[in-house]
Design a binder for this molecule. Structure first.
Ligand code: ADP
Ligand code: MG
Length: 846
């Protein structure tokens, strides 16, 4: 048997689909059935049974209505979506079951938390594709058209949305953590999507935004807007338009390189901990943190824009300019999120209060920037663009109307100030007076009947009444009207009491109604000011990021980079930013000199010597510099870089079933096809995933290809434990660098210092000793090694032709399989026990 309530829930559940349904009942949001079973452990709340023992017995759990916003993150972080159902009428307006409807569906991509969340929708038409992207918090809507599946995959990966909408049945080959939301294919059809876009924005044609030549993008945008309407139950007013991004130039850094360099997340657990983003983020506002992420995602390639950012940062490195500014920014709430909540009809009175406090703080900002006679400088540097709206009118209205500390809900205290609405004031006076009159009435009747204990009481069902105990009943006055009989008392009302009760009740409902009207008017004002609020928020975010850079520069001793016309990269005293943050002074500074005429370097040296760190440092400094930040170095001078390519350890792909070597070669092929003379190429241990012989040949061929690139060799750093490759430096365009080690007795001391010239040999066995391998095992390894003849590839005597033609055999000797295996060991990924077992096995086989 199903109760009407359960039928109502079932209907709502059909609409909610996969989302967990939370239905407001009284003071709780209830979850029933499967949803309750799924959500209770996630929410850490007790699971009970509704209608226990009856036919309609159902699992149930609930959260208090005022705590909803604190429970939602748990559901969303666990990967669920949540559908919120609310009553659509008030209890006094209907008899029986309250009608209810879903007010919004919160999905991982439309959740308004502190993160910069993106909802993406991708659609393909033949070879072309389109991505539509929405950040619901700020209302930012972007469309990116493009061509080719590989570019679609890498673009999506770089954008990293939290949720991805795809047409049902379209192949999903994307390596993304995003929650997938399938929509029926017809929603992507160009004509229907076009109509949806026009309807959403109230436009008559699409020419204005230049979408017409991109049918796939139109499909993606139309379907995305469908989903927005379905989850938000309306058209959020702060989504004001679309920006079309024509990706003529790819990003400075592709997604793979960003991952290798730990720009946004570390490679160990994928969290933000230890990433460049986390290191740089000293932003005091959420808008700032979001903008910083966007800047890091798209470093600049324009000289003027960079010089401007650096000058702005330089100005802010002075503590007396930056510190008061930081104090002020720390008080500014997330304006984007507040505006988003207003537009979605979710804003509460305290949130309008936050907006008022934030705006009120911001009024001081322009003056703050020009304090100490800095006005001219600040203006010249455009730290605060002239004409940035401060939304003063909105602020004044909020100050005038909104109560000092408004309650969470209308009707639970005063939301609107006295003096705003004459009618509201009148009703309030009436309510206050009525209470006073009621007290007088009580006094009057008490005197008339002589019952000292006579009191006016109230309950929800019967309203106001006089209560007289059985013992005093005889003294009840004649004009008392009987209302209710209890075991030992009678309850009465009077004409006067009924009249006052009526007035009081209607005053209270009038008050809620009038406050609601006023509150809505304020929300409408906020929405009207949305363009100004967005501009203000962007200006604040910019300033916040610049000040954050300045703080890092100031505290880390970072310097302003210098631009050069040449394709060079000169670094003095440079440190890996994240390593330095971890090690402090123990991080060894290094120098690098890549000039136009000798733009490639081969870095050799033992495992654990610091080669990879050195390579990454160079790439990270270019990213930092071209983002507008200062850099951890004593000096950096460089010509603008158009793309950074990295090929670093492929171990993180192994779990996905592709062979290291395949991944390595795919990435390398991409680099070779896209590299230009202005690029920076970082190749770490290339060729490692295959046998020594193949690896060497490939590594060399790749180096030569880069060296002979039309227009000039790109700046390239090559780290390798094949010290055979040091012979490449016979060409003047390529030089040798090595990591310094000191041998002391039988031990190796890593100095982590980069020096000129090749390493003399590889130090695998010493490293094994360092790792704690027993002496006897090391001795055996040394014996095995000494029995193995040295390879003599790339001997100076070799003819040039053979070097350039790496397909020809490079070895004079038949390769020794044992030696190859020994060299291919990656000691940094082995435990001492692994090494011991390995050596033991080889010894046995001899
Ligand atoms: P390689 O690539 O030569 O095997 P890595 O660059 O991975 O060596 O460095 C190995 C370890 O040495 C790093 O994890 C780091 O702790 C340390 N290291 C590297 N470079 C430095 C440096 N400049 N200063 C201090 N420690 C360093
Ligand atoms: Mg390495």
């Amino acid at each position: 048997m199903s109760t009407p309530m359960l039928q109502q829930i079932a209907a709502l559940k059909r609409e909610a689909g996969d989302a967990i349904l939370l239905t407001r009942m009284g003071d709780f949001y209830e979850l029933l059935g499967e949803d309750a079973v799924k959500a209770a452990p996630v929410l850490e709340i007790a699971l009970t049974l509704r209608g226990k023992g009856s036919d309609s017995e159902t699992p149930m759990c609930g959260v208090p209505h005022f705590a909803l916003e604190s429970y939602l993150p748990k559901l969303l972080l666990a990967g669920y979506s949540a559908a919120i159902a609310e009553p659509t009428a008030k209890p006094e307006e209907v008899k029986g079951l309250l009608p209810r409807a879903i007010k919004r569906i919160i999905t991982p991509g439309t959740w308004l938390d502190d993160d910069a969340r993106w909802l993406a929708c991708a659609h393909r038409v033949g070879e072309t594709w389109g991505i539509a992207l929405l950040q619901l918090a700020s209302g930012q809507l972007r469309v990116i058209p493009g061509e080719g599946l590989a570019l679609l995959a890498s673009t999506l990966e770089r954008l990293g949305p939290q949720e991805l909408i795809l047409a049902e049945g379209s192949p999903d080959v994307f390596e993304l953590d995003a929650t997938r939301t399938p929509l029926p294919a017809w929603r992507f059809e160009t004509e229907r999507a076009r109509q949806q876009i026009l309807a959403f924005f109230g436009w008559t044609h699409l020419e204005g935004i230049g979408l017409d030549p991109h049918p796939a993008a139109i499909g993606a945008l139309g379907a995305l807007l469908d989903q927005v309407e379905a989850t938000q139950k309306g058209r959020p007013a702060h989504i004001q338009g679309v920006s079309l991004e024509l990706g003529a130039v790819g990003p400075l850094l592709d997604a793979t390189s960003a991952r290798h360099l730990e720009i946004f997340a570390n490679t160990l657990d994928g969290s933000k901990q230890g990433s460049l983003l986390q290191l740089l983020d000293a932003c005091r506002t959420r808008m700032g943190s979001r903008l910083l992420r966007a800047w890091l995602d798209q470093p600049l390639r324009e000289r003027d824009a960079l010089e401007k950012r650096w000058s702005q940062v330089a100005w802010l490195t002075e503590d007396r300019r930056r510190e008061p500014l930081h104090k002020l920014l720390a008080t500014v709430p997330d304006l984007d999120r507040l505006l988003g909540r207003v537009a979605l009809g979710l804003a509460t009175p305290p949130e309008l209060g936050q907006l008022r406090e934030g705006l009120s703080q911001l009024q001081r900002l322009p003056a703050q920037l020009s304090e100490g006679g800095w006005f001219e400088q600040a203006r010249e540097l455009e730290l605060w663009a002239e004409g940035t709206p401060l939304c003063t009118d909105l602020l004044e209205e909020l100050k005038r109307c909104l109560a000092e500390a408004p309650p969470l809900e209308i009707g639970k205290g005063e939301v609107i100030r006295e003096g705003v609405d004459a009618e509201l004031d009148g009703v309030r006076r009436l309510a206050r007076d009525a209470k006073q009159v009621m007290l007088e009435l009580e006094e009057e009747e008490r005197a008339a009947c002589g019952i000292n204990s006579l009191k006016i009481k109230y309950n929800r069902v019967f309203g106001y009444y006089f209560e007289i105990t059985k013992a005093n009943l005889a003294a009840a006055p004649a004009h008392f009207i009987r209302k209710q009989t209890l075991a030992n008392a009678e309850r009465f009302t009077t004409e006067k009491l009924m009249d006052f009760e009526q007035r009081l009740l209607s005053a209270e409902t009038d008050q809620v109604r009038l406050e609601e009207t006023q509150f809505r008017r304020l929300l409408a004002l906020v929405l009207e000011a949305r363009a100004q609020l967005t501009a203000l928020s962007q200006a604040v975010a910019r300033l916040d990021v610049l000040a954050s850079f300045a703080e890092r520069a100031r505290h880390g001793g970072w310097v302003r980079p210098e631009l050069s016309e040449d394709r060079e990269l000169l670094l003095t005293g440079t440190r890996h930013p994240m390593l330095e943050a971890r090690l402090g002074r123990e991080c060894i500074p290094n120098d690098l000199e890549l000039r136009t005429k000798s733009s490639m370097a081969v870095v050799t040296g033992p495992n654990m010597g610091g080669k990879s760190t050195f390579l990454r440092t160079a790439a990270l400094l270019v990213v930092l510099a071209q983002t507008g930040s200062f850099v951890p170095a004593e000096l950096m001078r460089f010509g603008l870089v158009d793309r950074i390519f990295t090929r670093i350890g492929a171990s993180d792909f192994l779990s996905k079933g592709q062979s290291t070597f395949m991944v390595e070669m795919t990435e390398t092929a991409r680099i070779l096809s896209q590299v230009t003379p202005s690029s920076l190429v970082i190749l770490d241990e290339i060729g490692r995933g295959t046998s020594t012989r193949d690896g060497l040949s490939l590594a060399e061929a790749i180096a030569l290809h880069l060296r002979d690139l039309k227009g000039g060799a790109p700046r390239t750093l090559f780290a390798t434990h094949y010290f055979e490759l040091t012979k490449l430096a016979e060409d003047s365009r390529i030089r040798n660098l090595h990591v310094e080690v000191q041998e002391w007795e039988e031990h190796l001391l890593f100095l982590h210092r980069i020096a000129e010239g090749p390493a003399d040999r590889s130090y695998g066995i010493q490293v094994a000793r360092l790792a704690g391998i027993p002496r006897s095992v090391i001795a055996t390894a040394q014996r095995i090694l000494s029995q193995t003849p040295e390879p003599s590839i790339l001997k100076p005597a070799k003819r040039r032709a053979e070097v350039i033609q790496p397909a020809l055999p490079l070895f004079d000797l038949e390769p020794d399989p044992l030696r190859e295996e020994l060299e291919a060991l990656d000691l940094s990924r082995m435990t001492p026990l692994d090494v011991m077992n390995w050596v033991a096995a080889k010894q046995k086989a001899l």
